[in-house]
Design a protein around this ligand. Structure first.
Ligand code: B16
Ligand code: MG
Length: 211
């Protein structure tokens, strides 16, 4: 039985996936590297460093060393954090907030399970930190999705067994991570229809039919 819900952040609770895209695009344009929505789709749920490697697949010229890559990842993060500064509570839809509040009223424990090292800033700027019992993010993991680490830590923070948790994801990497962790996997938005998911939702509020 499901006792807790673990939510991916970017692309599920708040649509910062668009801001990631803009920031990577700015870096790629500066370097003259082709980058579009198709490449961007592969970055969902993937760490900053792995995202950069995917983007660099389209780069010409000699391979970059670790220091050059570190600088590019930092450049993108600077652009991204500039965009995050403009986030306000309006960035989280009312129906999303309502759904979270209702699930909690029904006694479920709620956590964030995000690959992002900026999750804390996003939760703070949107004013929704208080809606969750725990946050597991890019700062407390060694391996990013599709490894289950971020979700296993979230379950542990909630004091729940993985099998008693449902994970809500917009990325195939996240659905894979949930299944690898022994959790119930719920696909929404760009992951909807993913064959690995246990269920796909048309809207976020349909979660109330599960919990
Ligand atoms: P950062 P999620 C993920 O967040 C994003 O989907 C992914 O595009 C991003 O590269 C990753 O966080 C790392 O983010 O650069 O802020 O540490 O979907 O797992 O909430
Ligand atoms: Mg996501």
């Amino acid at each position: 039985t499901i006792k807790g819900f673990i939510f991916d952040l970017d692309g599920v609770i708040v649509f910062t996936d668009k801001l990631h895209y803009q920031a990577w695009k700015r870096m790629a344009d500066r370097l003259g590297i082709a980058f579009d929505e198709t490449v961007n789709h592969r970055l969902r749920g993937v760490s900053r460093e792995e995202s950069l490697d995917i983007i660099l697949e389209n780069a010409h010229g000699p391979a970059l060393d670790a220091e050059e890559k570190r600088r590019l990842a930092e450049e993108k993060n600077t652009y991204y954090r500039e965009l995050l500064e403009e986030l306000t509570p309006d960035a989280v839809e009312e129906k999303v907030k309502d759904t979270l509040v209702k699930l909690r009223q029904r006694g479920f424990r709620l956590a964030i399970g995000s690959s992002s090292k900026n999750a804390g800033l996003i939760l703070e700027r949107t004013g929704i930190a208080g809606l969750f019992d725990a946050v597991s993010d890019g700062n407390n993991i060694q391996r990013s999705k599709p490894d289950p680490e971020v979700f296993l830590k979230a379950a542990a923070f909630l004091g729940l067994e993985p099998a008693d948790c449902a994970v809500i994801e917009d990325a195939e990497a996240g659905i894979r991570a949930a299944k690898a962790g022994g959790m119930f996997a719920v696909a929404v938005h760009s992951a909807a229809g993913c064959p690995l998911a246990d269920v796909s939702l048309g809207t976020f509020e349909e979660l109330l039919n599960i919990g």
